[in-house]
Each structure stands twice: as C-alpha cells, then as structure tokens.
Design a protein around this ligand. Sequence first.
Ligand code: S3P
Length: 440
Amino acid sequence: MTMTHSKRFIVQAGGQLRGEHRVPGDKSISHRSIMLGALAEGTTHVSGFLEGEDTLATLAAFQAMGVKITRPSLEAVTIEGVGLHGLKAPAQALYLGNSGTSMRLMSGILAGQSFSVEMTGDPSLSRRPMKRVTVPLAQMGAKIDTAENGTPPLKIHAGQGLQGIDYTMPIASAQVKSCLLLAGLYAKGMTCITEPAPTRDHTERMLRGFGYPIQQAGDKVCLQGGGRLQATDIEVPADISSAAFFMVGASIAAGSDIILKHVGINPTRIGVLNILRLMGAKITLLNEREIGGEPVADIRVQASPLKGIRIPVDQVPLAIDEFPAIFIAAACAEGETILTDAEELRVKESDRIQVMADGLLKLGISAQPTPDGIVIKGGQLQGGIIDSHGDHRIAMSFTIAGLRANGTIEIEDCANVATSFPTFIQLAQTAGIQVQEQEA
Ligand code: S3P
C-alpha cells in the first residue's frame, strides 16, 4: 500500500532548465501494453515501459490472473499472452493502488470473464466515480457491485455473456471508451462508442497494432466481438504528461533552453503544447517520426514571456492531465487565464481545481475556482507550504513553480509522484531545479 504521507519536497527559489532529457514512458500506453499483451496469442515485448506504481499495479494484476510477465530490464517487459479466454481467477481481490486507468479499463476486460473478481484501491481511488463504466457495462449485460455511491470496490460477477451496444458517452473520457472497447472484444455482435469530443486514442491504435479490426468514422468507433489479438512488439514513447512539467518550467524560467527526447505527440494528447503556444511559449518539434503507430518528436522549449488566455474548450480533453502544470504557467503569465468546461478535473486523483486554487492562493496568486474551471491572474509567486493531497501532478506542478518563486516552496504528501514519474526528483535536479526530497 502506498505511504501517501511519507514524502515532502523542498524547492529553493530560482533556477533555469537546460540540457537534453528523456522523461519516463507513457503511462496510458504502458497500461494498455500489459492488458493487450496479456490477452494476445504469442509473446509481446515492450520497451520504454513506465516503471511507475500505477502501471506496475496493472502488471501485478495480470500476473495474479495467471499471465507470465517478466522484466528483462527496468523498462523492458515480456508478456506471454494467454489469449482472450486464458485468464484465471485471482486468489484474492486485485489491489490497484492509486490507478483509475487500471480499474476502469480492467473492468471492461473482467466483465467478459468466466470468473468473479473484486478490484480495490487506495483512499483516493476509492473515492473516484465508477458509474461511468458500470452503467454502460450493465447495459452490455455485466453484473457489477459498487459501494453505495458508485465508487470502488468493484465486484464483477462471473460469466454474464455480454452483448454489443451502441453507446453515446455523456462525458469525454478515454477511460470509458477504452473500457467499452475492451468489453466489446468479449461481446456478441458490434460494440460502438460515440464520444462528445476527441479523447486519447491509444486503445484504438494498439488494438490495430495487435491485428484487431476497428472501424472509425467521425466521432464513432466500433469493433466486432469474438476476434483474436496477435502478439506484437511495442515501443512506448516518453510521456507528454510528464514532459509537460518541464515544458512549463522551461517556458517560465528565464534563460532556459531544454530538449525533451522521444516524446509521444499523438494529436489527442498535445493540448498542453497547443495551449502553451497560444500563451506565447517558444516550442519547437524536432525529429518528428512515427514509432509503432504513435507519433513521436524531440521537443525543444526556450524561455519566453507568457500571456494569459481563455483556454479553447476543444483543447480541454486533449490536455486533461496537464492542467495543474498549465495553471503554474498561468500564474507566471501576464494577465488573466480563464478555464471553463473542465469539471472533470474535480474527480481526478484529487479535486485539481480546488487543490491548485488553494495552493496558488498560498503562494500569493489570485486563483478563483468556478464549478467547471478557474480564473488565474498572473503575478509574483511567493514561497509557502503546499498540500498536494497525495496527487502526483499537484506535487510536480508546485515543484516547477519554484523556478519563479521568490521564496522556498515546501510541498507535503508527495509519495504518489512514484505512481507516474518515479525519477522526477533526479531529473528535476539534473535539469536545474533546486529540489530536495525528505522523509516526512
Ligand atoms: C487516461 C485517460 C484520462 C486521463 C488518465 C489516463 C487513459 O482519463 O486523465 O490519466 O489512459 O485512458 P479520462 O479519459 O477519464 O479523462
């Protein structure tokens, strides 16, 4: 179990970011590589795998269901696929730590199994809404028990025999879309999902990579159940969500010039790049290429003065995990930044609107939360003590803020940075941030 209160970051004011760095592998793609590799026929080799607590929770869950998964090195994973019908009942409940992606995507897979299984998580995951997946899965024929308010633990009952559905998602969520596509592999007939706005399409791309036919037309994606997945090799690019902290850091810290290597720039993930450019950031994409069905580039970011903007609503799902970092950019920009249509931020690992507003206020920045967003007025960041509420992206965002603060920032409750970016502190130090980690 994660010790959520065991670490604190101390960030000295000032500094600049320099050099060439590679952040760890993409979290979304790493999760999916384990899931599809496990369900495929044959051996899948993954390189660039994110060795974070969230993705390791997925890996351990499939091991617990009888899949042989080995780690020839830290970032390499070999998965002996068992085929769509080869998973075995785990001996106990699957504990998924902090990872919403594991629980939501796996609920689609587990709804199609001939055994019952329970999934549990840490206190943060245990507060997160699961009806968004259990309601459409029930429409497909699954029987899933949740806690009273639709939160974990999830108990999925054996052998319900799924039927395909034609489902229009009320919210833009790649996790829901992916969950239903994975359930669709086990369903009779066609499963179709229509999304209200484009969300990350790694599941669709990877299913194709495993030789599974997918039909896509506009905002609708469909697959026919009953096919097979053929093992393949996967090279995971560096995670743009982790790169985002350094993109913001280099933009706000005078004299910075940094290159982030081999970053995934899938069009459904580059909201942060688009938003920072609209704010005046100087970002250049170098060496653009495609690797294993995913576009990749080296990203050069040079410091440049930022201005406040109204964030275009179509960018919100494309930058959904990067808003804590973008809020730091807004705090350093001239004028007001206005975010709307982003109520989803309230149900992430923490309520990211409230927690960021509280933190920014502590550092002397005017940050006004609204039901679906925030209004931030740029100003001078002060030092202060921040509670990250055990949310990895809040902790990393306030670390970056130190580059422009005029006093020391102390961030509490940082252990969960290891869920997505276990090497963050070392990389931040190497790049030019004066940060120390302490046991709290
Ligand atoms: C993810 C989708 C996003 C994102 C999460 C990972 C995924 O969630 O916030 O960190 O891997 O599919 P939603 O699609 O629910 O917004």
